[in-house]
Design a protein around this ligand. Structure first.
Ligand SMILES: [Mg+2]
Length: 323
């Protein structure tokens, strides 16, 4: 992979503890591609992301089935008084995903944030994402409190960490006569078998991203072999990598839920001129060319470049890549 570059793009707000997003980008015959495995990931997991990046740069890609994809807006766990401003940047949307269970915050913070969104956008569908941050009692408490407030969720994504906990939480929800749907994200992509969630009765919905699953073709196979509805989503990629997730979303047979591709408003910069930002909640399916001056603007420090290249060599060996 000649001429790989490493960039570090600043984020508008802290997200998953990050203030910058580091990515390795390279050009293949299909166009520019991006390896976006988060730095804390081990080589095995990062290798799947590398396979996905190679597919987007070099591989044959499935045909898309639509030219537009509806997407949700995303709200990080920010202060209530900052919500209106951040969401106004997302433009029009029908669905908003609210991050909950941020460390250093409590249920009251989550509920205030959700209520503020409900006040600002009474018609919007609300989905929550805890990234596995709650235990079962806390997740139930949040669901019950929201239900008491008359706030209905579209679904609750990864409220608890493990597949066993998800399954138990679903039982508790139905025992209590609640109707909250549970979506699996981390449990569906970190497990060696993405469909283990379904077999365990641990979710009503599967959140799928092509990068962590090793590419678009593999993600489509998972979607095809699952009976659960799919939410196509992204993993904090720039417009280069987001293009692959958009291609995946556009290649699915059916899109029941708005896709989780509205993540670019969390970025303070990008690698293309015409960003893959939704307009009125809709993304046009397309692949954008890299803006080469972005490589200079966001060029990562030398020691980070060295770190990524060493990681590339290790992960390349794991997937049988030569040189
Ligand atoms: Mg998630």
């Amino acid at each position: 992979m000649a001429a790989a570059r490493v960039v570090s793009i600043p984020l508008r707000t802290r997200f998953r503890g990050m203030t910058e997003r580091e990515l390795l980008v390279f050009e293949g015959p299909n166009g520019w591609s991006e390896w976006a495995a988060f730095p804390e990931y081990g080589d095995e997991e990062a290798s799947l992301w590398l396979e996905a990046a190679l597919e987007w740069g070099y591989g044959s890609l499935p045909a898309t089935k639509r030219s537009q994809v509806k997407v949700n807006a995303i709200l990080p766990a920010i202060k209530v008084e900052e919500i209106a401003k951040l969401l106004s940047k997302a433009g029009k949307f029908e669905t908003v995903k609210i991050k909950v269970s941020e460390s250093g915050q409590n249920l009251t913070d989550d509920i205030s944030r959700i209520q503020e969104v409900k006040t600002l956008y009474p018609e919007a569908k609300i989905r929550l994402d805890a990234n596995g941050g709650f235990d079962i009692p806390l997740a139930l408490e949040l669901i019950e409190k929201l239900s008491a407030l008359g706030i209905k969720l579209e679904y609750f994504e990864q409220p608890v960490k493990t597949i066993a906990e998800l399954a138990e939480l679903r039982l508790e929800i139905s025992k209590r006569g609640l109707e909250t749907l549970i979506a699996a994200d981390e449990s569906a992509r970190k497990s060696s078998d993405p469909l283990a969630v379904e077999i365990a009765g641990a979710a009503d919905i599967l959140v799928l991203k092509s990068a962590p699953l090793g590419g678009i073709a593999r993600a489509l196979e998972v979607a095809a072999s699952s009976k659960l509805p799919i939410v196509a989503s992204s993993a904090m990629q720039s417009s280069i990598g987001l293009g692959a997730e958009l291609h995946f979303a556009a290649s699915l047979d059916e899109l029941v839920f708005d896709a989780g591709l509205g993540t670019l408003n969390l970025f303070a910069g990008d690698l293309v001129r015409n960003q893959l930002r939704p307009e009125n909640g809709v993304l046009e399916v397309r692949r954008e060319e890299l803006n080469t001056s972005a490589l200079e603007i966001f060029n990562a420090e030398d020691h980070r470049y060295d770190w990524w290249i060493a990681r590339l060599e290790r992960c390349g060996r794991l997937i049988g890549l030569e040189g």
